[in-house]
Design a protein around this ligand. Structure first.
Ligand SMILES: *Cc1c(COP(=O)(O)O)cnc(C)c1O
Length: 419
């Protein structure tokens, strides 16, 4: 057994975890750093308490962690606001920036393939009288800077885009969008939840005013996140949480020392291991992709050339993704659409935004690999997947007919899927 698996306390042979885009396990180094904060001997003081040493110790730990998060994205520590997760960071960024800038205009630009936290924050703002343009990606899941530029208006106050899409893994050219957004003095928010442990991040190069991060998508704990808020952001952020005026008044509430320390340590590890992790994941991703392509009548969703390694969406003709997930549930953990909507079992809004047919969406699943994924796991998952698909197809009335219709073009841009 692989050492990393022993450290994370999970038996690899029992169920292979390929759902890193839904959440990542807490890295052992992170768990250790967090546990040092807990208990009577830990850093239990309130970071806002002064001048006693309990408060000072907690504050020192939280500030050190803030520095680690800042360093991951090349920001100044004073520009990092602790939150409870990317959902809260996004709410503060989108609603806070819109409400803070409403004197200058009421128009917002985002895309139809954003996370629900962005989409639903925008829907809320529409109810308050804001106007939102939801830009559709191309069929391959790319958002071009040109499509954003076309959507800008004289009264646009905010542009909000994700860096890496959590379902198909496509990467948006954030620096290019940032350049044109800044030229117009518009606030630019980037949801970097999926890119933080996968791609190098530099907020200046991105020309972002606001960047949302999530602890549990980068091997830190759940329930903590951060918002980068540029010191010279064109308009003030309206706080969403009121109380003790912590975090420069932007986010009241006693800081969770262990959570901040955990996210800080996770950020430090992500930075140290970025190249190594990215390289290993890229190799496993290529392997998985090759194995998936051997499965008859399979197709990949989204542009494969601008996809981040480790997030891969694939479909299999005549397979109901829910049935596939169910058949594999004790052996391989994958997901259909995004985890946040899978309990409602509605077609993925992201695949919908790519204009995939209902049929193609219903047979699509997402594989997401990460730091602890091994070649054995990928091999095992692909084998069991292939066998299970063959079994399910035997039971599918449509399959015989489908198989008779001859080979389909290898579907990078699945012709029958988007038709
Ligand atoms: C997971 C995720 C979020 C939400 O993050 P939480 O920390 O779970 O609130 C937002 N955006 C993207 C792209 C995500 O993948």
């Amino acid at each position: 057994m692989n050492r990393d698996h022993q450290e994370t306390g999970r038996r690899a042979e029992s169920c292979v975890y390929l759902d890193y885009a839904a959440t990542t396990p807490v890295a052992p180094q992170v768990a250790e750093a967090m546990s040092r904060c807990l208990g009577r001997e830990g850093l239990f003081g309130n970071a806002a308490s002064r001048p006693h040493r309990f408060g000072v110790e907690a504050r020192t730990a939280v500030e050190r962690a803030r520095g680690q998060v800042a360093e991951l994205i090349a920001a100044d520590p004073a520009e990092i606001v602790w939150t409870s997760g990317a959902t809260e960071s996004i709410n503060l960024a989108v609603k806070g920036a819109a409400r803070g800038a409403c004197g200058r205009g009421r128009h917002i630009v985002t895309s139809s393939m954003e996370h629900k936290a962005v989409l639903d924050s925008c829907v809320r703002l529409v109810q308050e009288g804001f106007e939102v343009t939801f830009v559709d990606p191309d069929f391959d899941g790319t958002i071009t800077p040109e499509s954003i530029e076309r959507a800008l208006r004289r009264d646009t106050i905010l542009v909000s885009l994700m860096h890496v899409n959590n379902e198909v893994g496509t990467v948006t050219d954030i620096p290019a969008v940032g350049r044109l957004v800044r030229e117009h003095g518009i606030v630019f928010h980037v949801d970097a939840s999926q890119s933080a442990a996968r791609l190098p991040l530099d907020v200046r190069q991105m020309r972002a005013d606001l960047v949302s991060l999530s602890g549990h998508k980068m091997y830190g704990p759940k329930g903590v996140g951060a918002l980068y808020a540029r010191s010279s952001c064109p308009s003030p952020l309206e706080p969403q949480m009121h109380g003790g005026d912590q975090e420069q008044g932007l986010r009241s509430g006693t800081l969770a020392t262990h959570q901040a320390v955990g996210m800080g340590k996770a950020a430090e590890l992500a930075r140290e291991r970025l190249d190594k992790d990215a390289e290993a994941t890229a190799a496993l991703d290529r392997r998985l992709r090759d194995l998936l392509e051997e499965i008859p009548r399979s197709f990949l969703n989204g542009n494969q050339r601008i996809r981040v390694p480790g997030i891969l969406s694939a479909g299999f003709a005549c397979i109901d993704s829910e049935a596939l997930l169910m058949a594999l549930r004790d052996e391989v953990a994958i997901s259909s659409g995004s985890a946040c909507t899978s309990d409602r079992v509605e077609p993925s809004h992201v695949l919908n935004a790519l204009r995939l047919s209902e049929k193609a969406i219903a047979c699509s699943v997402r594989f997401s690999l990460g730091r602890y994924t091994t070649a054995d796991e990928v091999g095992f998952a692909a084998t069991r997947l292939s066998e299970t698909i063959a079994d399910l197809r035997q039971l599918s009335p449509g399959w015989a007919e489908e198989a008779m219709s001859g080979p389909q073009p290898r579907a990078q841009e699945p012709r029958w899927a988007t038709a």
